[in-house]
Design a protein around this ligand. Structure first.
Ligand SMILES: *[C@@H]1O[C@H](CO)[C@@H](O)[C@H](O)[C@H]1NC(C)=O
Ligand SMILES: *[C@@H]1O[C@H](CO)[C@@H](O)[C@H](O)[C@H]1NC(C)=O
Ligand SMILES: *[C@@H]1O[C@H](CO)[C@@H](O)[C@H](O)[C@H]1NC(C)=O
Ligand SMILES: *[C@@H]1O[C@H](CO)[C@@H](O)[C@H](O)[C@H]1NC(C)=O
Ligand SMILES: *[C@@H]1O[C@H](CO)[C@@H](O)[C@H](O)[C@H]1NC(C)=O
Length: 561
């Protein structure tokens, strides 16, 4: 590269490094994004930087009317609209960089459904209620100015084998997904579908615990960790065998899955991992269901359980959040920390079943040594707006720029905006964690090659990826890869993060000429080892970040296959 153009580039990067997107503060900030007119019960970010959100379809008109000329929906099976047309949207595509959105068309009911992104980037969403309970719906990702992508409802044989309402999808190493549970469904099945393979297999463990939104994580040995109620198993889906029963979390008086709605993450995996840990936080006492039915809202749980699921006989390490939380969301941040947002401090999941929101934003630091149950939690004091209550039927997602977007909340059966403590919420807001504060601009790495705007980079298992980036201060030493999750009901399905082996060197190509040849300070080239196997990272799209201490870059999309 010629020196002049190099200086031009350096200037641009320095400007980028100083022109952060968040106001100065010590603990990040919250900002309002948009009223999108649809309550975001479910959310999924796609590799086109479009956030797809959707509600249910049979709650009457939403606050987003389709532009004239857009076809309206007519579904005689719809509980609310029956034979009348519905010209409002129940799903939205939100364009992150332009903060704009457009309505998408759903036909059948998507209420409390599940989903995943197929290896080719198509959003696969399945189940729901009534006419939607066996439906599979696909949404092709489209980027740039393209607005042609929309939901496509599938028909037989591409339908579920069983009714699934409140199920969980988990992507598998071979590119399929397993779909687990749902109300009255102690069973599982697989996607994709063909006419001959559409079978539901019994999983009695769910019937003995809780069939609703089980926490499912793909372990590094290829088995599935499945947590329901307060118990967990390690399940070999290839042989239909439980290979391990884990000890109960708590003494039996606490429940963690829906409607008791704690949250769960597989903690970030280390390079070439030999162990894996799961963190489950919040939930309620088992007695909360009965109490809420009688108009009482006991405090939610403050406790978390952390379990090394790869150990022979692991025991839960109990930790304690700064405040009680039910219906919260735990999101893996680009630097391997966990953001805890949304939810209530009392009651539980369900209509009108909680009485006070939890307005606090908390960060959990998995890598800090355990020095007592509260030592890994940091309650944030963000600048900006006070985030709105995000109660039942809310969601959250990590964006490629490192922000956490939240949406939804509707503890009522229909859209209710007035005379209620928790109105139906049709807005999006974003939390910019502390690492986006202006004070961290000098440390923030800026990846410039491959260009973050150029679209996904193709990578392979065991392949090498070269990244060039700039960081004024410090020496960025780690690279992470995060799978965008399908979030609903306090659990992010398919959320997954890997730290990758990386070799960082000063960028030699940028040496200043002359007798005292020196690499230009702040410019680096990283050689990243991509994950060795699809068990570690099922095929598909991931966001990849360079991290400098605790400060991540903006991500780039990679596609591994
Ligand atoms: C939604 O639309 C209704 C009816 O037009 C209106 O009363 C309400 O204020 C709107 N709510 C929001 C949050 O936009
Ligand atoms: C909808 O229309 C169909 C066909 O005209 C009719 O059979 C059905 O009863 C109607 N349903 C309702 C709820 O009006
Ligand atoms: C999304 O935003 C980008 C950046 O502003 C813009 O180039 C693109 O046209 C937008 N796409 C749609 C469909 O609005
Ligand atoms: C797990 O527990 C179930 C039910 O108690 C039991 O039938 C099964 O044998 C146990 N499996 C293992 C591997 O311990
Ligand atoms: C609900 O919370 C409010 C405070 O926000 C409190 O005054 C009220 O007593 C609570 N109601 C119940 C039934 O616990």
């Amino acid at each position: 590269m010629k020196l002049r153009s190099f200086h031009h580039l350096a200037l641009l990067l320095l400007l980028a490094a100083y022109g952060g997107i968040a106001p100065a503060s010590a603990g990040g900030s919250w900002a309002f994004l948009k009223n999108v007119g649809v309550s975001g019960m479910h959310m999924q970010l796609l590799h086109t930087d479009r956030l797809i959100l959707f509600d249910r379809t049979n709650v009457g008109p939403s606050n987003l009317t389709f532009p004239s000329g857009h076809p309206c929906r007519l579904n005689p099976q719809d509980d609310w609209f029956h034979n009348t047309t519905d010209c409002t949207a129940h799903s939205v595509e939100y364009n992150v960089s332009s903060n704009t959105f457009r309505g998408l068309s759903l036909v059948t009911d998507t209420w409390c459904s599940s989903g995943h992104v197929a290896p080719d980037g198509t959003l696969v969403q399945n189940g729901g209620w009534k006419d939607g309970t066996r439906k599979i719906r696909l949404l092709r990702a489209c980027g740039g100015a393209d607005t042609s992508c929309d939901w496509a409802e599938q028909s037989a044989p591409v339908v579920l084998a069983a009714d699934r309402w409140y199920a969980t999808n988990q992507k598998l190493p071979d590119g399929r997904a397993i779909i687990v549970g749902g109300i009255g469904q102690p069973s599982y099945e697989f996607y994709p579908k063909t006419a001959t393979n559409n079978i539901a297999f019994a999983l009695p463990f769910l019937g003995q615990t809780d069939t609703l939104y089980p926490f499912v994580h793909l372990n590094i040995d290829g088995n599935l960790f499945i947590f329901a109620g307060n118990r967990a198993i390690l399940f070999d889906y290839t042989r239909d065998v439980i290979v391990r029963n884990y000890t109960m979390l708590g003494d039996g008086s606490d429940l963690r899955t829906n409607p008791n709605a704690g949250s769960s993450v597989l903690l970030p995996l280390k390079p070439n991992p030999t162990e894996a840990e799961v963190l489950i936080c919040g939930g309620t006492k088992a007695t909360a269901n009965d109490a809420a039915a009688h108009g009482h809202y006991p405090p939610a749980l403050t406790t978390c359980g952390r379990l090394k699921i790869t150990d022979e006989n692991p025991t839960w390490v109990v930790e304690e959040m700064p405040s009680p939380r039910v219906m919260g969301d735990m999101l893996l941040l680009p630097n391997g920390e966990v953001a805890i947002v949304n939810g209530a401090i009392d009651g539980l999941g369900g209509w009108e079943s909680a009485n006070n929101s939890n307005p606090t934003t908390v960060i959990y630091r998995p890598d800090l040594p355990f020095q007592g149950p509260t030592s890994r939690f940091e309650q944030q004091s963000p600048a900006g707006i006070t985030p709105r209550p995000r109660m039942y039927h809310s969601s959250a997602a990590l964006l490629r720029d490192g922000r956490v977007v939240v949406g939804g909340s509707n503890p009522h059966e229909f859209y209710v905006f007035e005379n209620t403590k928790f109105p139906t919420d049709v807005t999006l807001e974003a939390f910019s964690p502390y690492y986006l504060d202006v004070a961290n601009n000098g440390l923030r790495p800026n990846i410039f090659n491959p260009s973050p705007k150029a679209g996904p980079v193709k990578v392979t298992y065991r392949g090498k990826l070269k990244l060039q980036f700039f960081a004024r201060d410090g020496v960025p030493g780690s690279v992470t890869m995060v799978a965008p999750a399908y979030t609903t009901h306090a659990f992010s399905q398919n959320q997954r993060q890997l730290f990758l082996t990386v070799d960082v060197k000063p960028l030699q190509a940028f040496k200043v000429n002359g007798p005292d040849a020196m690499p230009f300070p702040g410019f680096y080239e990283a050689t990243v080892d991509m994950p060795a196997t699809p068990i570690l990272a099922p095929p598909g799209y991931y966001m990849l970040f360079v991290v400098n201490g605790r400060i991540p870059s903006q991500g780039i999309w990679v596609h591994i296959q």
